[in-house]
Design a protein around this ligand. Sequence first.
Ligand code: THU
Length: 130
Amino acid sequence: MTLLDTARTARDRAYAPYSGFKVGAAIRAASGTVYAGVNVENAAYPEGTCAEAGAIAAMILGGDTEIAEVAVIADATVPVAPCGGCRQKLAEFGTADVRVTMANMKGAARVMTLAELLPGAFQRDHMDDA
Ligand code: THU
């Protein structure tokens, strides 16, 4: 099962009754362990969380902190682009060269690195005292 297969399988369990836009994400950690996540929406719309955020939360709970690879999939017209906030969240745990496979349900896919998705990401080591 590829990382994209894991994201696609997870997507079935997304909770997206408001947008109807189900998203699945999968992260392979540097340890080799794979974590999945889905978007979870809320009646208070801004409280919803993205699939990537769910996968990151699962990864942290699993004891991993280093992202090696990411896949994200939705029934989109084009391979799904992680939102800006998720690009920043992924950059917290992945180096610039981490590959992010973005896909739709029609079989289209696009691969970009984290640096391409978020050039000049704000990072912990940019802060003097952190
Ligand atoms: N969404 C994700 O989960 N990940 C993305 O990369 C793009 C957007 C979700 C958020 C919301 O539940 C729905 O898709 C529509 O924006």
